[in-house]
Write a protein that binds this ligand. Structure first.
Ligand SMILES: [Zn+2]
Length: 306
């Protein structure tokens, strides 16, 4: 049985449809106008997940709750001319929060990725990523003063020293590495036996992403990767990563955990990986389909069977 080769645009947590209003958000008078528009809606997320509606086809719960004030408004964007704002559930009094959770439920972003439609899961990732950043960056990294929201949520400004802070996105490379039709998979410390995935790691300062691929594979397995080719990317706001998916070749060798991050690392045959995708390999449990890891593994198999 051949599997579909997914296109990168179908990646979970992508496909958000809002107009980000990059120009309009710089105009405070326009933001005030958008806030006063009866068509404006607000979606919410907290540190433990996003607020979604009930029912069989859930979406983010669109409420008429107003942001605390125009200068604290976080504008996600525009949909048919109407504004969609974001409010942090963690910032609300318990009574307001309880009222909201009467109308919907808070689910983890991972669960939202599995339950919501493609574009709605993309919106959930955007919402969570932006609020994660505001929640964790209230103080100026330069002078320590409290910062204030600017550009309707796309930056924060320090009133004391004037530094402007922009939302963080932390690049992470994740890669299939192959040698003669076999795939390199590892098991991180703490994962149950049988649960393996492709290797991954944060990009270091002063490093290209291609260099990170080679370094991470060497550090985690002792295997020398070469010729990394970019495949696709996926936002991964847990809390602020951007996953950059690569495929790389190697000259083989016996993989061995180098730095203690992996408890197990070895080569798997095409057959073993394919059986695991179809749930027919009790010795290999692959990561869930919401992750780019699963996509890279499935695509590796699909391209070899096409
Ligand atoms: Zn400052």
């Amino acid at each position: 049985m051949s599997m579909p080769v997914h296109t990168p645009s179908q990646r979970p947590f992508t496909g958000m449809l809002l107009d980000r209003a990059t120009i309009e958000r710089k105009d405070p008078a326009r933001i005030k106008q958008l806030l006063e528009d009866p068509g404006a809606r607000t979606v919410l997320a907290g540190s433990d997940g996003v607020l979604i509606s009930g029912g069989n086809a859930p979406s983010l719960l669109h409420t008429r709750l107003s942001p605390p004030s125009p200068h604290e408004a976080i504008l996600l964007g525009l949909e048919d001319g109407a504004a969609l704002f974001a409010v942090d559930l963690d910032s609300l009094p318990p009574s307001v929060r309880a009222e909201l959770t009467n109308h919907g439920r808070v689910v983890s972003l991972r669960d939202a990725g599995a339950q919501l439609s493609h574009s709605e899961a993309g919106l959930a990732a955007y919402l969570a990523a932006l609020l994660n950043w505001h929640r964790r960056h209230r103080f100026c990294a330069n002078c320590g003063a409290s910062t204030v929201i600017a550009e309707a949520g796309y930056s924060r400004r320090c009133p004391r020293c004037g530094t402007v802070h922009f939302p963080r996105t932390d690049p992470v490379v994740i890669m299939t590495v192959e040698h003669q039709g076999r795939l390199l998979l590892g098991r991180r410390a703490g994962w149950p036996p049988g649960r393996l995935s492709v290797l991954a790691g944060f990009v270091s300062p002063g490093e290209s992403v291609e260099e990170t691929v080679v370094r991470e594979v060497q550090e985690e397995s002792g295997i020398r990767a070469r010729d990394p080719v970019f495949v696709t990317s996926q936002p991964w706001p847990f809390p602020a990563s951007l996953m950059l998916g690569f495929h790389a070749q190697s000259d083989g060798g016996e993989p061995e955990s180098q730095d203690g991050e992996l408890e197990e690392v070895r080569w798997f045959s095409l057959e073993a990986v394919r059986d695991a995708i179809h749930g027919r390999n009790p010795e290999l449990q692959l990561p869930p389909s919401v992750s780019i890891a699963r996509f890279l593994i499935e695509q590796w198999v699909a391209l070899r069977e096409a």
